[in-house]
Design a protein around this ligand. Structure first.
Ligand code: ADP
Length: 394
């Protein structure tokens, strides 16, 4: 398929899009329709000359916003649509061509991702209504981690909770971990063992061996694992009962605090934005310094724990807004892993920012490498969409 793929990431009040051409050297058109359904919707994007534009969309909902996105594609018609879907449960181990059955299966998984899957499906319904003739593909955040062995995905809970209710670890950010680990394989010229750290607003780690995810830090929901922008990551499982008993907090309140009021924001009392925290820590703000310290310490502990899943450690890959742009976080994480025998190159670390890909260590035989690899979830979704359509066309 030579036409571009339209990649859609649909939230409850927003649609992020990218028109990804078949050739990597052609420009992408990207943008975001936001505040949908609020009466004050707008479309922000970047055109093929790299110039930013904004359009008011008034009381547009998802369908109207998609129509506006299509108009803004400068006459380029996509050959297919690739949808980012957060949760594919155990059913989807790879991308799937969307039909009524697949939509029903995604709906059936909504209990596991109540904020995300229904919103993702709104995007699917709107695109199917608008582009009935185009093939649509669902690419799942969880699919890459379906290769986890039971010892990594089972919780030590009564078996019936798993068998009857699907309570297990699923993992997320799969598209990103898949992309950066494949890229690390290509750059290193091996099918290696990688620890990947996706550090953005949401944060997760994965252990990838020869292209297969063997363990990951997120679990049943994207709340497990690392400290994130506003999410707590791991806490004592007894915390919920304690807060309910001692403070009389409702489940909704506890859930809200752990998802929206914790993490870097909760620790620092200042911000969920790493740039702001680094500047404040530099200026002597104790809460900001502590937040960065806990953040890095949790990453290092997670990487050390996940290394148990790998037969051999060939390197650590940093990605996501923080992983790609914060030499300070990378340096602190590496400093907390002295037993891995890593050798950070301070100058390469300082200089590898703003979308640059490269090694930030001094290469030596038998020493795990340190890579910064900007993630490309849209590119990966487009690739998986093309690959699936190529296979079904045969
Ligand atoms: P999302 O998970 O929403 O896609 P991103 O991957 O864009 O988010 O990551 C957002 C995070 O990256 C924010 O905490 C932001 O502060 C951080 N970040 C972006 N640029 C820098 C920088 N130059 N230094 C430190 N952190 C940065």
């Amino acid at each position: 398929m030579n036409e571009p793929v339209l990649v859609i990431n649909c939230g409850s009040s927003s649609i992020k899009y990218a028109l990804v051409p078949a050739a990597a050297d052609q420009p992408r058109l990207t943008g975001l329709a936001e505040r949908l359904g609020s009466g004050d919707a707008r479309l922000k994007g970047v055109d093929s000359r790299g110039e930013a534009f904004t359009r008011d969309l008034g009381d547009a909902g998802h369908v109207e916003a998609l129509a506006a996105i299509l108009e803004g594609l400068e006459g380029r018609r996509p050959g297919a649509v690739g949808h980012r879907i957060v949760h594919g449960g155990e059913q989807f181990t790879r991308a799937a061509l969307i039909d009524d059955e697949v939509v029903a299966a995604i709906e059936a998984t909504s209990a596991l991702a109540p904020l995300h899957n229904p919103a993702n499906l709104q995007g699917v319904a709107a695109t199917r209504a608008l582009f009935a003739e185009l093939p649509q593909v669902a690419v799942f955040d969880t699919a890459f981690h379906q290769s986890l062995p039971p010892r990594a995905y089972r919780y030590a809970l009564p078996e019936a909770l798993y068998r009857e209710h699907g309570i297990r670890r699923y993992g997320f950010h799969g598209t990103s971990h898949a992309y950066v680990s494949a890229r690390a394989d290509a750059l290193a010229g091996i099918e290696g063992g990688w620890l990947t750290a996706h550090l953005g607003n949401g944060c997760s780690t994965a252990a990838v061996w020869q292209g297969q995810s063997l363990d990951t830090s997120m679990g049943l929901t994207p709340l497990e694992g690392l400290v994130m922008g506003t999410r707590s990551g791991d806490v004592d499982p007894g915390l919920h009962a304690h807060l309910a008993r001692e403070l009389g907090w409702s489940l909704e309140r506890i859930n809200d605090v752990l998802n929206r009021g914790s993490g870097l924001l909760g620790l620092s009392g200042l911000s969920n934005d790493m740039r702001e925290l680094e500047a404040a820590a530099e200026a002597g703000h104790a809460g900001a310094a502590l937040a960065v310290e806990v953040f890095c310490s949790r990453i290092a502990k997670s990487l050390a724990a996940l290394s148990c899943a790998l037969p051999r450690l060939d390197g650590i890959v940093f990605t996501g807004g923080i992983g790609e742009n914060s030499p300070r976080v990378r340096e602190q994480v590496v400093a907390l892993l002295p037993h891995f025998g890593l050798a950070l190159d301070p100058e390469a670390n300082r200089e590898t920012i703003r979308g640059h890909e490269g090694r930030i260590d001094a290469p030596a035989p038998n020493r795990p490498a340190l890579w910064v690899i900007p993630t490309d979830e849209e590119g990966r979704i487009a690739d998986e969409t093309r690959q699936l359509l190529g296979e079904t066309a045969r």
